[in-house]
Write a protein that binds this ligand. Structure first.
Ligand SMILES: Cc1cc2nc3c(=O)[nH]c(=O)nc-3n(C[C@H](O)[C@H](O)[C@H](O)COP(=O)(O)O)c2cc1C
Length: 326
């Protein structure tokens, strides 16, 4: 379902002066969130809530001699069937990038996103994620590799810089030469991690000079905000939403929030019980489901779920929720 319908209805109720046509064509992406948006979560969201055009996977990384097995399981082509998925990779140079692309393509994908925004110190120090933004030569070589792989549709997800927003502007000519479907820009610096307010002015400067369609990412939690962003950046391709969708998976659908939550929980619960071993692993996955998701639960209920130390306790806590099992 196109998310536009929801925006349009809200618009008619007189909220944001957003044109129906702009919203109709707006691209909506679910941001990758390591530890939260795994393939079962993405599938559950797609089947139950919908309203999202593409789901980005948490980054696939190299480990030892090969590609991390857990990451490969997450992009298993069959497991992701029916879900518009974009596998994401994180690499420090052309060689790593090529190895990761080989693995992702061998799994059957012809769409790959490159992570140039992860701010985790371990990745940054190794020159990956937002650390790559300071490695002009590596980025040029990766751009060449992209040109060479002309059977793959690429995008990049980046920050405005690691230490300063000038870094992103400096790289803009190289990014412009990359064969990209679009650029997702999260206007924070890598060194800020997730602190501070997204720098819309820096986004605007990059947007002005970028030859590719652009997608805005960062702290978007409501359709009103999306309306304001679309107005501020005419011609914007779309928005990518992460934590806002974890908190409100129903954001882009007119379905009943509680029904969305129940349906998604049911699927994630079943998957966790079938595939994970022992209470602690299962509970960790279920707690992650709820971590950002506290908008519909009352405080007592939420606390009971998050504090449950056994599956029995968890079931009890969930059972008590508004008189019925979620
Ligand atoms: C726990 C966590 C894990 C994340 N994992 C990834 C990742 O694997 N790849 C990536 O590109 N971004 C990752 N991000 C960044 C998000 O995709 C997104 O850019 C960021 O949260 C800002 O968007 P939001 O405010 O809509 O959440 C992660 C963020 C968080 C909080």
């Amino acid at each position: 379902m196109n998310p536009a319908g929801v925006e349009c209805d809200e618009n008619r109720r007189g909220r944001q002066p957003v044109s129906y046509l702009i919203m109709e064509s707006l691209y909506i992406a679910f941001a990758p969130l390591q530890g939260y948006t795994d393939c079962v979560y993405r599938k559950a969201h797609c089947e139950v809530a919908g309203g999202v055009d593409e789901y980005y996977t948490p980054f696939v990384r190299l480990e030892g001699e090969g590609v991390r097995k857990k990451d490969m399981r997450d992009i298993d082509f069959r497991c992701n069937a029916g879900v518009p998925t974009v596998p994401q990779v994180i690499a420090r140079d052309r060689e790593e990038f090529a190895r990761l692309c080989d693995a992702v393509q061998a799994e059957g994908w012809n769409r790959i996103d490159l992570n140039m925004g992860c701010p985790f110190p371990m990745q940054v120090k190794a020159g990956r994620g937002s650390g790559l933004l300071q490695q002009e030569a590596h980025i040029r070589e990766i751009a060449e590799e992209m040109q060479w792989r002309n059977d793959v549709v690429f995008s990049v997800k980046m920050r405005i810089g690691q230490e300063s927003a000038e870094e992103g502007m400096y790289l803009l000519p190289i990014v412009n030469e990359m064969p990209l479907q679009h650029v997702v820009l999260h206007p924070r610096l890598g060194k800020q991690q997730y602190k501070g307010i997204p720098d819309k002015e820096a986004f605007g400067r990059f947007f002005e000079g970028c030859r590719h369609p652009m997608v805005y990412n960062g702290d978007v939690v409501s359709s009103e905000q999306i309306g304001a962003i679309v107005e501020a950046f005419p011609g914007l391709k779309g928005v990518m939403v992460g934590r806002g969708l974890l908190a409100r998976p129903w954001l882009f659908t007119d379905k009943d929030p509680m029904a969305v939550l129940r349906g998604m929980h049911e699927r994630v619960y079943q998957y966790a019980c079938e595939t994970l071993q022992g209470d602690s692993q299962i509970l960790a996955r279920l707690h992650a489901f709820w971590e950002y998701q506290n908008t519909l639960l009352d405080k007592k209920q939420y606390k009971a779920i998050m504090k449950s130390g056994s599956l029995r306790r968890y079931d009890e806590a969930v059972l008590g929720f508004r008189g019925g099992r979620l």
